[in-house]
Design a protein around this ligand. Structure first.
Ligand code: ATP
Length: 250
């Protein structure tokens, strides 16, 4: 069944504690169906953990709802922040793509069904010419392109992007922007962790500032003010700042 675009997402009072550490505290957030929604915040602020909670990889409190427009759930794509490959690992780009999209053993190669979609995805990210290279021999940017390519098969209705541009060069960034425009056209819901605030302002419909808690949420041009950005990236967490602010006021 073809789904008519991506789902809306509702995070309601989501908290996550790992060991003794509160990673997320009562995060409530709505992601519109078919939009490009960015998550920004300092290192360790809990952005990747929010993805893991959404993907069911870590236990959390509160609720996360995916509201699919059709009768059944659609396809979820995920581009992780990084994937390490041993330099000597005899796995080519093509092997990796095969392992990601089909269930049969990598050594059997790509089935006829997947050959054309894999070639198209690798061409879309400019990696078709390097399809026979070993994954461990790729540059960081090339590997990031391949991670983007694997998320194109099958075409996602919801895509989670964890810093997809961090190692990309200028040409790679143009590839990414083209993909973003493609997903926008398909009404794919995009949830995108990003550190480049200029890119967020230019390319996202909405942005949430996250540092364990939601600090702001809205249209990038409205909410990414210097004051808010400074507060978000200052090292203290919000719950630690409140008593200090009260002391100063007294
Ligand atoms: N298993 C774990 N046990 C305890 N703490 C953990 C565990 N996994 C992650 N953390 C901590 O959770 C915090 C949030 O990490 P997370 O990767 O979600 O942050 P992030 O916002 O994605 O950061 P970055 O921008 O650096 O990618 C970090 O301080 C990290 O050290």
């Amino acid at each position: 069944m073809t789904v008519a675009g991506g789902p809306a997402l509702g995070f309601d009072d989501v908290s996550l504690t790992l060991g003794q550490t509160d990673i997320l505290q009562q995060v409530s957030l709505r992601v519109a169906a078919g939009g490009v929604h960015a998550l920004v915040g300092p290192n360790g602020g809990g952005k990747s953990s929010l993805f893991k909670a959404l993907l069911g990889q870590v236990p959390h409190r509160g609720s996360i709802a995916l509201e699919w427009p059709g009768e059944r759930p659609g396809v979820v794509g995920y581009v992780p922040q990084a994937l390490a490959f041993d330099a000597g690992l005899p796995m080519t780009v093509m092997d990796f793509m095969g392992a990601m999209c089909q269930r049969r053993p990598v050594m059997l190669g790509l089935s006829r069904r997947w050959k054309a979609p894999v070639e198209q995805a690798l061409r879309q990210v400019g990696m078709w010419e390097k399809a026979q290279r070993r994954m461990g021999a790729l540059s960081g940017g090339e590997r990031q392109r391949v991670l983007l390519a694997q998320a194109l098969i099958p075409a996602p209705d919801l895509i989670l992007l964890d810093e997809p541009m961090s190692a990309l060069d200028e040409a790679g960034m143009r590839v990414f922007e083209t993909l973003l425009a493609h997903w926008r056209g398909q009404r794919t819901t995009v949830l995108w962790i990003e550190h480049d605030l200029d890119a967020v302002t230019r390319l996202a419909d909405r942005v949430t500032g996250l540092n364990r808690q939601v600090l702001f949420d809205g249209a990038p041009a409205e909410v990414l003010t210097p004051q808010r950005v400074l507060a978000l990236f200052s090292n203290r967490h919000r719950h630690e700042e409140v008593p200090v602010a009260e002391e100063v006021l007294e």
